[in-house]
Design a protein around this ligand. Structure first.
Ligand SMILES: Nc1ncnc2c1ncn2[C@@H]1O[C@H](COP(=O)(O)OP(=O)(O)OP(=O)(O)O)[C@@H](O)[C@H]1O
Ligand SMILES: [Mg+2]
Length: 319
């Protein structure tokens, strides 16, 4: 089967400075393959190179070296855009148009009949929850509504591969859930979705696989579970003590108290000892739950320390 996106050694240097232009490597030899039908999360902190990657793939900027293919066609081949949708990081639209007019403008690029345009625009407005505001000028839209119209524009022509740069940004929790539902809907239709984010729970919930990019370099690729299963897990026990009963001495240091409730964290191997101690103290166990490190923990560890450089300098100084 043909891969949806094949990225091969994609590299981008930006030249900074006026007199002494110095190259700064924003993306460093990215190699990545995304299969058709995958929902793929592209994670990284600010300045990691996510937007740079998406702009390169969309042909908006040009690579210093390396290349990529989308649905088997090189990114220089403009015909690939028929099968590709793109939500930019900060979508900007001519704001005296209404949502319906804007979508009609985009739909005309795809040579759809008037009837087909009307039908698609209606259904996509419905999907992004903007039907009731379809005839309002975009300058009256909130940030969240603009993000939705950006999403509508990206999927209007039913592309096989959809690129979304921070699709959840600017959305409230309801909007985020709706954006997630749209992405899941695209997946059900067998489309490929490649989206960048730094909202990790969204990535954990949606993605078949994620890639983590820091300072222009790929740090790892895998399922969200694979990426986070690195840590040893521990368990959290929540309990109450009857009046007059004291904490077992072995647990004194580990426990934190909130009102009548206590909470302890123990490694799996020590769980039964802890429970025996609590039984002896006549504690009432409220819950025992697994503490899994989240993608967030993993991410914070990755970007900690010296990795928190925004881009990699490739030459020591100017000429
Ligand atoms: N046009 C440009 N000229 C010079 N440097 C740039 C340009 N665009 C981006 N950069 C630099 O390239 C690096 C990567 O930027 P990019 O916008 O791709 O990051 P990002 O991962 O999308 O970050 P964010 O999460 O903030 O959107 C940053 O160090 C940024 O300053
Ligand atoms: Mg960005």
């Amino acid at each position: 089967m043909q891969a949806a996106i094949e990225i091969d050694g994609l590299t981008k240097d930006y030249y900074l400075g006026f007199w002494r232009k110095r190259p700064r490597r924003a993306l460093d030899g990215l190699t990545l393959t995304i299969e058709e039908g995958e929902v793929f999360g592209f994670l990284g902190p600010n300045g990691a190179g996510k937007t740079t990657t998406l702009k390169l793939l969309m042909g908006l900027i040009f690579p210093t070296s390396g290349g990529a293919r989308i649905l088997g066609r090189a990114i220089e081949d403009v015909s690939m855009h028929h099968d590709v949708g793109y939500l930019p990081e900060q979508p900007y639209f001519y704001d005296y148009l209404t949502a319906r007019e804007l979508l009609d403008y985009f739909a005309r690029f795809f040579r759809l009949s008037a009837e087909e345009r009307r039908r698609r625009i209606g259904s996509v407005l419905d999907l992004v929850g903007l039907s009731s505001a379809a005839d309002v000028q975009l300058r009256r839209y909130s940030k969240g509504m603009l993000q939705r119209i950006g999403m509508a524009q990206a999927i209007l022509h039913q592309p096989r591969v959809v690129f979304l740069d921070e699709p959840m940004s600017g959305l409230d929790p309801v909007g985020r859930r709706e954006a997630r539902d749209i992405i899941l809907d695209l997946k059900r239709q067998g489309r490929t979705v490649f989206f960048s984010t730094h909202i990790l729970p969204d990535a954990e919930m949606l993605c078949d696989r994620v890639a983590v990019l820091v300072g222009g370099k790929l740090q790892g690729v895998g399922s969200p579970e694979q990426i986070v299963s690195i840590e040893v897990e521990s368990l959290e026990v929540l309990f109450e003590l009857p009046a007059g009963s004291a904490l077992p001495p072995a647990l004194e240091d580990a426990a934190t108290q909130t009102g009548a409730r206590y909470r302890i964290q123990v490694p799996e191997a020590q769980l039964y000892d802890a429970l025996e101690g609590l039984r002896a103290a006549r504690a009432r166990i409220i819950s025992v739950s697994q503490l899994k490190p989240t993608l967030e923990d993993f991410f914070l560890r990755l970007v900690g320390g010296e990795q928190r450089k925004h881009a990699v300098e490739i030459s020591g100084g100017g000429l």
